[in-house]
Design a protein around this ligand. Sequence first.
Ligand SMILES: NC(=O)c1ccc[n+]([C@@H]2O[C@H](COP(=O)([O-])OP(=O)(O)OC[C@H]3O[C@@H](n4cnc5c(N)ncnc54)[C@H](O)[C@@H]3O)[C@@H](O)[C@H]2O)c1
Length: 252
Amino acid sequence: MEIKGKKAVIVGGASGMARASAELLHQKGADVAILDLPNTAGAEVAAELDGTFHEVNVLDDAQVETALADAVAALGGLHIAVNTAGGGVAKRTLTKEGPHPIDEFRRTIELNLVGTFNLNRLQAFHMSTNEPEDGERGVIIDTASIAAFEGQIGQVAYSAAKAGIAGMTLTMARDLGSLGIRVLAIAPSLFSTGITKGIPDEFAEVLTKDAAFPKRMGRAEEYGKLAVAIVENPMLNGCCIRLDAGTRFAPK
Ligand SMILES: NC(=O)c1ccc[n+]([C@@H]2O[C@H](COP(=O)([O-])OP(=O)(O)OC[C@H]3O[C@@H](n4cnc5c(N)ncnc54)[C@H](O)[C@@H]3O)[C@@H](O)[C@H]2O)c1
């Protein structure tokens, strides 16, 4: 899909990989709307990109529906969606304090998997009303993690949630194929973003030691570049792409 003139919603766009995606899509001529939690840099980012900011907590279904509708109305349509809102809890299946709290497991699934699918079903609905361009009506990009495939000790809830995102990608692409809407996920290794800014350099070195090359944290714009490539290349569909410098996480 040609990016120039297209309308993009960027969920989690106040920071990190989504913010970098918004910047690159804007540079390539897309109109962008930033969706993120209140008390984030969402409004500033939107202003820098001549876009609009819409407050939303992806855990709140009603808010998601309203914020997305507002964003689509402000943009005048929707062709591209990038979704990164998510996160995890660090806890083993069985801890010294007892079994993994089930509410924490459930919340991680709600935030990452249910939150993403809720966005996707609504994004697909808005995209379905587009006039197709070369048969295409829209592109949805979700965010998994390489923990979906080789989760480390203490990542059981996060791995399950991200594996759900990776797992639903092909099925959703098949569901939406007849409408000309593509669905992909990106599975990053460790990236330098808002979520990871507290990690000291020495620890980052340990965490990236299993990469083939380069042995460093990913940069947010490297995710943005892949998001742009996904939008531009119509043959990419239905898969979860690892963006990981050849990393395979060890158990810890
Ligand atoms: N940074 C990494 O190393 C890494 C690796 C693999 C996967 N991920 C995934 O990437 C995503 C995080 O992106 P990032 O690394 O750019 O982090 P980030 O913290 O820089 O950006 C995430 C954005 O999502 C927003 N967000 C969080 N919870 C939200 C909610 N409930 N409702 C609305 N917005 C919410 C935050 O406010 C923030 O602006 C998560 O899904 C995470 O699991 C990150």
